[in-house]
Design a protein around this ligand. Structure first.
Ligand code: UDP
Length: 399
Protein backbone atom coordinates (compact mmCIF):
# COMPACT_ATOMS: atom_id res chain seq x y z
CA UNK A 1 0.00 0.00 0.00
CA UNK A 2 1.05 3.57 -0.68
CA UNK A 3 -0.58 6.81 0.44
CA UNK A 4 -1.53 7.50 -3.20
CA UNK A 5 -3.92 4.55 -3.03
CA UNK A 6 -6.04 6.63 -0.64
CA UNK A 7 -6.36 9.75 -2.84
CA UNK A 8 -9.92 9.06 -3.96
CA UNK A 9 -11.02 8.69 -0.36
CA UNK A 10 -9.10 11.43 1.46
CA UNK A 11 -8.18 13.92 -1.27
CA UNK A 12 -4.85 15.17 -2.59
CA UNK A 13 -3.96 17.58 0.18
CA UNK A 14 -3.38 14.93 2.84
CA UNK A 15 -1.19 12.94 0.48
CA UNK A 16 0.92 16.01 -0.31
CA UNK A 17 1.28 16.66 3.45
CA UNK A 18 2.44 13.07 3.95
CA UNK A 19 5.10 13.44 1.26
CA UNK A 20 6.35 16.66 2.79
CA UNK A 21 6.55 15.12 6.25
CA UNK A 22 8.33 12.01 4.92
CA UNK A 23 11.00 13.91 3.01
CA UNK A 24 13.48 14.30 5.84
CA UNK A 25 12.85 10.82 7.16
CA UNK A 26 13.93 8.92 4.09
CA UNK A 27 16.61 6.35 5.02
CA UNK A 28 15.72 6.69 8.69
CA UNK A 29 14.56 3.60 10.53
CA UNK A 30 12.03 2.94 13.25
CA UNK A 31 11.26 -0.13 15.33
CA UNK A 32 7.75 -0.87 16.65
CA UNK A 33 7.47 -3.26 19.58
CA UNK A 34 4.29 -4.83 20.96
CA UNK A 35 3.19 -8.17 22.37
CA UNK A 36 0.91 -9.80 19.79
CA UNK A 37 0.71 -10.15 16.03
CA UNK A 38 -3.06 -10.61 16.08
CA UNK A 39 -6.07 -9.72 18.19
CA UNK A 40 -6.90 -6.24 19.38
CA UNK A 41 -6.53 -2.82 17.86
CA UNK A 42 -2.76 -2.37 18.21
CA UNK A 43 -1.86 -5.33 16.01
CA UNK A 44 -4.62 -4.32 13.60
CA UNK A 45 -3.06 -0.86 13.11
CA UNK A 46 0.54 -2.08 12.91
CA UNK A 47 -0.37 -4.39 10.02
CA UNK A 48 -1.22 -1.29 7.94
CA UNK A 49 0.97 1.48 9.31
CA UNK A 50 4.22 -0.46 8.79
CA UNK A 51 3.80 -1.03 5.04
CA UNK A 52 2.72 2.61 4.67
CA UNK A 53 5.79 3.88 6.55
CA UNK A 54 8.02 1.63 4.43
CA UNK A 55 6.42 2.89 1.23
CA UNK A 56 7.51 6.41 2.22
CA UNK A 57 11.18 5.44 2.44
CA UNK A 58 11.21 5.07 6.20
CA UNK A 59 12.57 1.67 7.21
CA UNK A 60 9.95 0.42 9.68
CA UNK A 61 10.39 -2.88 11.57
CA UNK A 62 8.16 -4.72 14.03
CA UNK A 63 9.43 -6.89 16.93
CA UNK A 64 7.37 -8.92 19.36
CA UNK A 65 7.99 -9.20 23.06
CA UNK A 66 7.59 -12.98 23.40
CA UNK A 67 6.30 -14.21 26.72
CA UNK A 68 4.62 -17.18 28.32
CA UNK A 69 1.07 -17.10 29.73
CA UNK A 70 2.31 -16.03 33.21
CA UNK A 71 3.74 -12.85 31.75
CA UNK A 72 0.49 -11.96 30.04
CA UNK A 73 -1.52 -12.71 33.21
CA UNK A 74 0.66 -10.08 34.87
CA UNK A 75 0.58 -7.56 32.04
CA UNK A 76 -3.22 -7.84 31.85
CA UNK A 77 -3.16 -6.75 35.50
CA UNK A 78 -1.10 -3.73 34.45
CA UNK A 79 -3.65 -3.03 31.72
CA UNK A 80 -6.51 -3.34 34.22
CA UNK A 81 -4.62 -1.24 36.79
CA UNK A 82 -3.95 1.53 34.28
CA UNK A 83 -7.70 1.58 33.65
CA UNK A 84 -8.31 2.08 37.36
CA UNK A 85 -8.92 -1.41 38.76
CA UNK A 86 -7.23 -2.29 42.06
CA UNK A 87 -4.84 -5.17 41.30
CA UNK A 88 -2.34 -7.23 43.29
CA UNK A 89 1.01 -7.84 41.71
CA UNK A 90 3.33 -10.26 43.46
CA UNK A 91 7.12 -9.90 43.65
CA UNK A 92 7.43 -13.06 41.51
CA UNK A 93 5.18 -11.57 38.81
CA UNK A 94 7.15 -8.36 38.84
CA UNK A 95 10.40 -10.30 38.54
CA UNK A 96 9.08 -12.20 35.50
CA UNK A 97 7.92 -8.97 33.86
CA UNK A 98 11.29 -7.33 34.31
CA UNK A 99 13.36 -10.35 33.32
CA UNK A 100 11.42 -10.89 30.07
CA UNK A 101 11.92 -7.21 29.25
CA UNK A 102 15.58 -7.39 30.15
CA UNK A 103 16.11 -10.37 27.85
CA UNK A 104 14.25 -8.58 25.07
CA UNK A 105 16.37 -5.46 25.48
CA UNK A 106 19.61 -7.44 25.54
CA UNK A 107 18.98 -9.76 22.60
CA UNK A 108 16.96 -7.67 20.14
CA UNK A 109 19.05 -5.87 17.55
CA UNK A 110 18.08 -2.21 17.91
CA UNK A 111 20.03 -0.03 15.51
CA UNK A 112 17.05 2.11 14.57
CA UNK A 113 16.75 5.89 14.63
CA UNK A 114 13.67 5.69 16.86
CA UNK A 115 11.89 3.02 18.90
CA UNK A 116 8.13 2.96 19.47
CA UNK A 117 7.01 0.77 22.35
CA UNK A 118 3.29 -0.07 22.36
CA UNK A 119 1.42 -0.54 25.65
CA UNK A 120 2.68 -1.78 29.04
CA UNK A 121 3.97 -5.24 28.09
CA UNK A 122 7.35 -4.10 26.63
CA UNK A 123 7.43 -0.78 28.56
CA UNK A 124 10.40 -1.47 30.92
CA UNK A 125 12.66 -2.73 28.13
CA UNK A 126 13.99 0.83 27.89
CA UNK A 127 15.50 0.45 31.34
CA UNK A 128 17.79 -2.39 30.24
CA UNK A 129 19.28 -0.75 27.21
CA UNK A 130 21.85 1.98 26.83
CA UNK A 131 19.80 3.80 24.25
CA UNK A 132 21.24 5.76 21.40
CA UNK A 133 17.99 6.99 19.86
CA UNK A 134 14.67 8.49 21.01
CA UNK A 135 12.22 6.02 22.55
CA UNK A 136 8.49 6.70 22.43
CA UNK A 137 5.91 4.99 24.61
CA UNK A 138 2.61 4.63 22.77
CA UNK A 139 -0.08 4.04 25.40
CA UNK A 140 -3.25 2.72 23.74
CA UNK A 141 -5.05 2.46 27.08
CA UNK A 142 -6.89 5.21 28.98
CA UNK A 143 -4.43 5.89 31.86
CA UNK A 144 -6.21 8.97 33.20
CA UNK A 145 -7.32 7.43 36.52
CA UNK A 146 -4.97 4.49 37.17
CA UNK A 147 -4.61 2.48 40.36
CA UNK A 148 -1.90 4.09 42.50
CA UNK A 149 -0.05 0.81 42.83
CA UNK A 150 0.28 0.31 39.06
CA UNK A 151 1.05 3.95 38.36
CA UNK A 152 3.81 3.98 41.00
CA UNK A 153 5.25 0.87 39.42
CA UNK A 154 5.19 2.10 35.82
CA UNK A 155 5.88 5.81 36.22
CA UNK A 156 9.68 5.48 36.66
CA UNK A 157 9.91 3.49 33.41
CA UNK A 158 7.64 5.88 31.50
CA UNK A 159 9.79 8.75 32.76
CA UNK A 160 12.80 7.28 30.96
CA UNK A 161 11.12 7.83 27.59
CA UNK A 162 11.72 10.79 25.30
CA UNK A 163 8.06 11.05 24.39
CA UNK A 164 4.70 9.50 25.13
CA UNK A 165 1.66 9.20 22.88
CA UNK A 166 -1.94 8.89 24.07
CA UNK A 167 -5.19 8.83 22.09
CA UNK A 168 -7.03 11.79 23.62
CA UNK A 169 -6.30 15.06 25.38
CA UNK A 170 -8.10 13.76 28.48
CA UNK A 171 -5.46 11.01 28.84
CA UNK A 172 -2.56 13.41 29.30
CA UNK A 173 -0.64 12.82 32.56
CA UNK A 174 0.37 16.19 34.02
CA UNK A 175 2.65 14.57 36.61
CA UNK A 176 4.98 13.08 33.98
CA UNK A 177 8.17 14.80 32.88
CA UNK A 178 7.74 13.41 29.36
CA UNK A 179 6.65 15.31 26.27
CA UNK A 180 3.21 13.98 25.37
CA UNK A 181 1.66 13.85 21.91
CA UNK A 182 -2.03 13.26 21.23
CA UNK A 183 -2.57 10.87 18.33
CA UNK A 184 -5.93 9.14 18.00
CA UNK A 185 -5.85 5.74 16.26
CA UNK A 186 -7.28 5.13 12.81
CA UNK A 187 -8.70 2.46 10.54
CA UNK A 188 -7.64 1.26 7.12
CA UNK A 189 -10.40 1.48 4.50
CA UNK A 190 -8.64 -1.21 2.42
CA UNK A 191 -8.15 -3.84 5.11
CA UNK A 192 -10.28 -6.98 5.05
CA UNK A 193 -12.22 -5.57 8.00
CA UNK A 194 -13.10 -2.35 6.21
CA UNK A 195 -12.92 -2.82 2.45
CA UNK A 196 -16.08 -2.60 0.35
CA UNK A 197 -18.10 -5.77 0.30
CA UNK A 198 -20.97 -6.57 -2.06
CA UNK A 199 -24.27 -7.61 -0.54
CA UNK A 200 -23.76 -11.10 -2.03
CA UNK A 201 -20.46 -11.38 -0.17
CA UNK A 202 -22.05 -10.15 3.05
CA UNK A 203 -24.92 -12.61 2.72
CA UNK A 204 -22.56 -15.50 2.00
CA UNK A 205 -20.39 -14.64 5.02
CA UNK A 206 -23.35 -14.50 7.39
CA UNK A 207 -24.73 -17.74 5.95
CA UNK A 208 -21.34 -19.40 6.52
CA UNK A 209 -21.75 -18.75 10.26
CA UNK A 210 -25.45 -19.69 10.31
CA UNK A 211 -26.68 -16.16 11.01
CA UNK A 212 -30.11 -15.63 9.44
CA UNK A 213 -31.03 -12.13 8.28
CA UNK A 214 -34.67 -12.50 9.13
CA UNK A 215 -34.69 -9.82 11.87
CA UNK A 216 -32.74 -6.65 12.62
CA UNK A 217 -29.24 -7.46 13.82
CA UNK A 218 -27.59 -5.94 16.88
CA UNK A 219 -23.85 -6.48 16.86
CA UNK A 220 -20.94 -5.98 19.24
CA UNK A 221 -17.47 -6.83 17.93
CA UNK A 222 -15.05 -6.98 20.86
CA UNK A 223 -12.68 -9.31 22.61
CA UNK A 224 -14.47 -11.08 25.47
CA UNK A 225 -13.17 -8.65 28.06
CA UNK A 226 -15.00 -7.35 31.13
CA UNK A 227 -14.13 -3.78 30.10
CA UNK A 228 -16.28 -4.25 26.98
CA UNK A 229 -19.26 -5.16 29.23
CA UNK A 230 -20.38 -8.22 27.23
CA UNK A 231 -22.96 -9.17 29.87
CA UNK A 232 -24.38 -5.65 29.56
CA UNK A 233 -24.82 -6.27 25.84
CA UNK A 234 -27.02 -9.27 26.67
CA UNK A 235 -28.99 -7.10 29.09
CA UNK A 236 -29.66 -4.45 26.43
CA UNK A 237 -30.62 -7.12 23.91
CA UNK A 238 -33.12 -8.64 26.34
CA UNK A 239 -34.77 -5.27 26.94
CA UNK A 240 -34.95 -4.41 23.23
CA UNK A 241 -36.31 -7.81 22.32
CA UNK A 242 -39.32 -7.32 24.55
CA UNK A 243 -40.42 -4.51 22.19
CA UNK A 244 -39.01 -5.43 18.76
CA UNK A 245 -37.95 -8.91 17.63
CA UNK A 246 -34.26 -8.91 16.75
CA UNK A 247 -31.09 -10.97 16.78
CA UNK A 248 -27.78 -10.41 18.56
CA UNK A 249 -24.31 -11.33 17.36
CA UNK A 250 -21.30 -10.95 19.63
CA UNK A 251 -18.04 -11.57 17.87
CA UNK A 252 -14.89 -11.70 19.96
CA UNK A 253 -11.70 -13.47 19.08
CA UNK A 254 -9.03 -14.28 21.64
CA UNK A 255 -5.99 -11.98 21.62
CA UNK A 256 -2.66 -13.67 22.29
CA UNK A 257 -1.87 -11.27 25.14
CA UNK A 258 -5.28 -11.37 26.88
CA UNK A 259 -5.54 -14.45 29.13
CA UNK A 260 -8.91 -13.36 30.59
CA UNK A 261 -10.78 -13.96 27.31
CA UNK A 262 -11.82 -17.61 27.82
CA UNK A 263 -13.01 -16.94 31.40
CA UNK A 264 -15.20 -14.03 30.37
CA UNK A 265 -16.46 -15.96 27.34
CA UNK A 266 -17.70 -18.79 29.59
CA UNK A 267 -19.59 -16.30 31.78
CA UNK A 268 -21.27 -14.74 28.77
CA UNK A 269 -22.03 -18.12 27.19
CA UNK A 270 -23.65 -19.38 30.41
CA UNK A 271 -26.07 -16.47 30.37
CA UNK A 272 -26.61 -16.46 26.59
CA UNK A 273 -27.56 -20.16 26.65
CA UNK A 274 -30.91 -19.22 28.17
CA UNK A 275 -31.62 -16.64 25.46
CA UNK A 276 -32.92 -17.23 21.92
CA UNK A 277 -31.38 -15.52 18.87
CA UNK A 278 -27.98 -14.85 20.41
CA UNK A 279 -24.91 -15.86 18.42
CA UNK A 280 -21.53 -15.89 20.18
CA UNK A 281 -18.57 -16.34 17.86
CA UNK A 282 -14.88 -16.56 18.77
CA UNK A 283 -13.38 -17.19 15.32
CA UNK A 284 -10.76 -14.83 13.95
CA UNK A 285 -12.34 -13.81 10.67
CA UNK A 286 -11.86 -10.19 9.57
CA UNK A 287 -14.33 -10.60 6.69
CA UNK A 288 -16.96 -11.61 9.25
CA UNK A 289 -16.23 -8.42 11.24
CA UNK A 290 -16.79 -6.47 8.03
CA UNK A 291 -19.98 -8.31 7.08
CA UNK A 292 -21.46 -7.91 10.56
CA UNK A 293 -20.67 -4.22 10.84
CA UNK A 294 -22.31 -3.73 7.41
CA UNK A 295 -25.43 -5.75 8.05
CA UNK A 296 -26.12 -4.57 11.60
CA UNK A 297 -29.08 -2.26 12.16
CA UNK A 298 -27.13 -0.95 15.14
CA UNK A 299 -23.62 -1.62 16.40
CA UNK A 300 -23.12 -1.53 20.15
CA UNK A 301 -19.92 -0.66 21.97
CA UNK A 302 -20.82 -0.66 25.63
CA UNK A 303 -17.30 -0.43 27.06
CA UNK A 304 -16.77 0.52 30.71
CA UNK A 305 -13.31 1.85 29.78
CA UNK A 306 -11.84 2.22 26.32
CA UNK A 307 -8.56 3.52 24.97
CA UNK A 308 -10.16 4.41 21.65
CA UNK A 309 -12.38 1.63 20.33
CA UNK A 310 -11.50 1.08 16.69
CA UNK A 311 -14.69 -0.91 16.27
CA UNK A 312 -16.67 2.33 16.57
CA UNK A 313 -14.94 3.96 13.59
CA UNK A 314 -15.10 0.68 11.68
CA UNK A 315 -18.87 0.51 11.99
CA UNK A 316 -19.39 4.22 11.25
CA UNK A 317 -17.19 3.92 8.17
CA UNK A 318 -19.70 1.39 6.84
CA UNK A 319 -22.58 3.79 7.43
CA UNK A 320 -23.88 1.89 10.44
CA UNK A 321 -25.03 3.88 13.49
CA UNK A 322 -23.33 3.09 16.79
CA UNK A 323 -24.64 3.25 20.33
CA UNK A 324 -21.71 3.47 22.68
CA UNK A 325 -20.63 4.61 26.09
CA UNK A 326 -19.18 8.04 26.79
CA UNK A 327 -15.75 6.70 27.81
CA UNK A 328 -12.15 6.99 26.65
CA UNK A 329 -11.75 7.79 22.97
CA UNK A 330 -15.33 6.97 22.00
CA UNK A 331 -16.68 10.57 22.26
CA UNK A 332 -14.03 11.63 19.71
CA UNK A 333 -15.78 9.34 17.27
CA UNK A 334 -19.44 9.94 18.10
CA UNK A 335 -21.26 13.16 18.79
CA UNK A 336 -24.43 12.23 20.63
CA UNK A 337 -27.37 12.24 18.26
CA UNK A 338 -25.24 12.85 15.16
CA UNK A 339 -23.51 9.56 14.30
CA UNK A 340 -25.27 7.45 16.89
CA UNK A 341 -25.84 7.88 20.60
CA UNK A 342 -23.65 8.12 23.66
CA UNK A 343 -24.77 6.89 27.06
CA UNK A 344 -23.20 6.42 30.45
CA UNK A 345 -21.68 2.95 31.02
CA UNK A 346 -24.21 0.40 32.34
CA UNK A 347 -27.18 2.69 31.64
CA UNK A 348 -28.94 -0.22 29.95
CA UNK A 349 -32.33 1.47 30.01
CA UNK A 350 -31.13 4.45 27.92
CA UNK A 351 -29.09 2.18 25.67
CA UNK A 352 -32.11 0.03 24.88
CA UNK A 353 -34.31 3.11 24.31
CA UNK A 354 -31.76 4.41 21.79
CA UNK A 355 -31.63 1.04 20.02
CA UNK A 356 -35.43 0.99 19.81
CA UNK A 357 -35.44 4.52 18.44
CA UNK A 358 -33.15 3.46 15.57
CA UNK A 359 -34.92 0.16 14.92
CA UNK A 360 -38.23 2.02 14.76
CA UNK A 361 -37.05 4.51 12.15
CA UNK A 362 -34.89 3.19 9.28
CA UNK A 363 -34.27 6.73 7.97
CA UNK A 364 -32.76 7.71 11.28
CA UNK A 365 -30.22 4.87 11.14
CA UNK A 366 -29.22 5.84 7.61
CA UNK A 367 -28.82 9.53 8.51
CA UNK A 368 -26.70 8.80 11.57
CA UNK A 369 -24.61 6.28 9.62
CA UNK A 370 -23.94 8.72 6.77
CA UNK A 371 -22.78 11.40 9.23
CA UNK A 372 -20.56 8.81 10.88
CA UNK A 373 -18.93 7.83 7.61
CA UNK A 374 -18.02 11.46 6.85
CA UNK A 375 -16.68 12.01 10.35
CA UNK A 376 -14.41 8.97 10.03
CA UNK A 377 -13.26 10.03 6.55
CA UNK A 378 -12.05 13.35 7.96
CA UNK A 379 -10.50 12.20 11.20
CA UNK A 380 -9.93 8.49 11.62
CA UNK A 381 -8.42 7.03 8.45
CA UNK A 382 -4.91 5.60 8.24
CA UNK A 383 -3.50 8.47 6.20
CA UNK A 384 -4.11 10.89 9.09
CA UNK A 385 -2.42 8.47 11.47
CA UNK A 386 0.56 8.10 9.13
CA UNK A 387 0.89 11.87 8.90
CA UNK A 388 0.76 12.24 12.70
CA UNK A 389 3.49 9.61 13.14
CA UNK A 390 5.71 11.19 10.50
CA UNK A 391 5.38 14.59 12.16
CA UNK A 392 6.21 13.11 15.54
CA UNK A 393 9.23 11.23 14.17
CA UNK A 394 10.49 14.41 12.51
CA UNK A 395 10.17 16.09 15.86
CA UNK A 396 11.89 13.47 17.99
CA UNK A 397 14.57 12.23 15.59
CA UNK A 398 15.74 15.66 14.60
CA UNK A 399 15.47 17.43 17.94
N1 UDP B 1 -11.52 -7.58 16.12
C1 UDP B 1 -11.50 -8.64 15.25
N2 UDP B 1 -12.18 -9.76 15.59
C2 UDP B 1 -12.85 -9.88 16.73
C3 UDP B 1 -12.85 -8.79 17.64
C4 UDP B 1 -12.17 -7.63 17.30
O1 UDP B 1 -10.92 -8.59 14.18
O2 UDP B 1 -13.43 -10.93 16.97
C5 UDP B 1 -10.82 -6.37 15.73
C6 UDP B 1 -11.75 -5.17 15.64
O3 UDP B 1 -12.45 -5.17 14.42
C7 UDP B 1 -10.76 -4.02 15.83
C8 UDP B 1 -9.79 -4.60 16.84
O4 UDP B 1 -9.86 -6.02 16.72
O5 UDP B 1 -10.09 -3.76 14.63
C9 UDP B 1 -10.16 -4.20 18.25
O6 UDP B 1 -9.75 -2.89 18.48
P1 UDP B 1 -10.44 -1.96 19.56
O7 UDP B 1 -9.70 -0.69 19.58
O8 UDP B 1 -11.91 -1.87 19.28
O9 UDP B 1 -10.30 -2.75 20.94
P2 UDP B 1 -9.07 -3.45 21.70
O10 UDP B 1 -9.23 -4.91 21.45
O11 UDP B 1 -7.80 -2.90 21.13
O12 UDP B 1 -9.31 -3.12 23.14
Amino acid sequence: MRPEDYIDIVGEEVIADIHRAAQLLSEKSVLHVNATYYGGGVAEMLHTILPLMNSMGLDADWSLLYGHPDLFQMTKKLHNGLQGEGVDISQAELATYLSVNEAFARYTPIMHDAVIIHDPQPLPSIHFRRKSQPWIWRCHIDPSVPSDHVWDLLKPYISEYDAMVVSAEAFRKPDLPVKTYIIPPAIDPFSTINRDMSSDEVNAKLAEYGIPQDKPLLVQVSRFDKWKDPVGVLDVFERVRKEIDCRLVMLGNMAGDDPEGPVIYRQVAARAEQMPDVHLITETDPALVNALQRSAAVVLQLSLKEGFGLTVSEALWKGTPVIATRVGGIPLQIEDGKMGYLTEPKDYQTMSERVLRILGDPNLGATLGAAGQEHVRKRFLMTRLLLDWLKLLNDVIRS
